[in-house]
Design a protein around this ligand. Structure first.
Ligand code: PHE
Length: 341
C-alpha cells in the first residue's frame, strides 16, 4: 500500500503540474480524489490493515491527499493567472499612439458682421426670416411694382431658369418683403438675410453671388423718421457711437420716397480719400417708404398702414467693418486671410 500511495502521489503531481487548463485539472481532481478516485480507493482499503499498520498508513494517506489538494490549488492559480495575462495581452490598447487633433475653426468674418446685425435687430423686436434663392419673378419683380420692361428684369442682368422669365435666381432679398406680408400678421418687423444673384463679372467689388440683408417694418403711423432712427442705431452698433450717416434721394420701384444711405468714411472721417473715392462717404444700403401699390398688392390697406424697408449689402458691410479691401477675399476661403479674424 505504501508503494501504491507513492505511485499515486508521483503520477498525480506530475499530471497536475502538466495540466494546461482548468478543465484538465478538474478531470484530474475527479480521477484521484473523486468518489471513485484512485486515492479514494486506496483509503477505502485502510480497514483491511492491521491495527499496528493503520496509524502510519493513515498519516501517509492524509499527507498524499493534502499534497494532491495543494497541487490542484497551486496549478489552478497558475492557470488563472496565465489566462488573465494572455487576455490582457490580446486586448491591449496602445495609449501612447498620438491622437488626431481636430482643427478648430471660427466664424467667417462676413458671418461675424451678420451676427452683429442680427443682434441689434433682434434686440429691437425683429424676427429673422429665411427665404428661397430660387424665386418667382412675380415675387422678385411684379409684386414689388417692377412691371414687364423694367430694366432690372433684363436677361443681361438676371439668371432665369425658363424662357418665359418666370423662375429665376433672386436678384435681391426684397421678395422677402412680399413673402412676409403674405404669411405674417400685422404689425410686421423682420429682417431677411441671404444670397442674391446678378450677372456681374468678378472683380474687387463685384461677384455674381453676394449677400443682402432685407429689413422691413409695417405698422400704423410708421414714418421715414423711424427708418432713419433705426438705421442710425444699427450703424452705431456696427461702426461705433457717433458714426455719421447721410440719406440721399434715390429711386426704387417698390419704395416712395426712396433713398440711399451713406456712412461717413472711416478712413478719412469725411475729408475724402482713396477708400471713399474722394467722396468722404461710402454707400451702405438702399431704403425707402414701402410704395402704397406694393402694400395694396399684398392686401394691406395703405390708408391704414405704412411701412419702410431697406436692403443692405452684407459683403460691403463686413468689408467696411473689418477694413477688407477686396471682395474676392470673402469667398476664396484662403486660410491666411480667414485666420486674421
Ligand atoms: N432691393 C434693393 C437693391 O437690391 C434695395 C432696397 C431694399 C431698396 C428695400 C429699398 C428698399 O438694390
Amino acid at each position: 500500500m505504501k508503494e501504491q500511495l507513492a505511485k499515486i502521489r508521483a503520477e498525480a503531481l506530475a499530471a497536475m503540474e502538466a495540466a494546461q487548463d482548468s478543465a484538465a485539472l478538474d478531470a484530474l481532481r475527479v480521477q484521484y480524489l473523486g468518489k471513485k478516485g484512485e486515492l479514494t480507493a486506496v483509503l477505502k482499503m485502510m480497514g483491511k490493515l492491521s491495527p499496528e499498520e493503520r496509524p502510519a498508513m493513515g498519516q501517509l494517506a492524509n499527507e498524499v491527499r493534502a499534497a494532491l489538494e495543494n497541487a490542484l490549488e497551486e496549478q489552478g492559480k497558475k492557470l488563472e493567472a496565465q489566462a488573465l495575462d494572455s487576455r490582457l495581452k490580446a486586448e491591449a490598447l496602445d495609449i501612447t499612439i498620438p491622437g488626431k487633433t481636430p482643427r478648430l475653426g471660427h466664424r467667417h468674418p462676413m458671418y461675424i458682421a451678420l451676427d452683429e446685425i442680427k443682434e441689434i435687430f433682434i434686440g429691437m423686436g425683429f424676427d429673422v426670416l429665411d427665404g428661397p434663392e430660387i424665386e418667382l419673378a412675380s415675387y422678385n419683380f411684379d409684386r414689388l411694382n417692377a412691371d414687364e420692361g423694367h430694366p432690372s428684369r433684363d436677361w443681361s442682368d438676371t439668371f432665369y431658369f425658363d424662357t418665359d422669365s418666370r423662375v429665376m435666381l433672386r436678384s435681391q432679398t426684397s421678395p422677402m418683403q412680399v413673402r412676409a406680408m403674405e404669411t405674417r400678421e400685422l404689425p410686421i418687423r423682420i429682417i431677411a438675410p441671404g444670397r442674391v444673384y446678378r450677372k456681374d463679372e468678378v472683380d474687387a467689388t463685384h461677384s455674381p453671388m453676394f449677400h443682402q440683408v432685407e429689413g422691413m417694418v409695417i405698422d400704423k403711423g410708421v414714418t421715414m423718421a423711424d427708418l432713419k432712427g433705426t438705421l442710425n442705431a444699427v450703424v452705431e452698433h456696427l461702426y461705433g457711437k457717433g458714426t455719421k450717416t447721410r440719406f440721399r434721394p434715390h429711386h426704387f420701384p417698390f419704395t416712395e420716397p426712396s433713398c440711399e444711405m451713406d456712412v461717413q468714411c472711416h478712413k478719412c472721417g469725411g475729408v475724402g480719400c482713396p477708400t471713399c473715392k474722394g467722396e468722404g462717404w461710402i454707400e451702405l444700403l438702399g431704403a425707402g417708404m414701402i410704395h402704397p401699390r406694393v402694400l395694396e398688392m399684398s392686401g394691406i390697406d395703405p390708408s391704414v398702414y405704412s411701412g419702410w424697408a431697406f436692403g443692405m449689402g452684407l459683403e460691403r458691410t463686413a468689408m467696411r467693418r473689418f477694413k477688407i479691401a477686396d471682395l474676392r477675399l470673402i469667398f476664396e476661403n484662403d486660410m491666411r486671410f480667414l485666420e486674421q479674424f
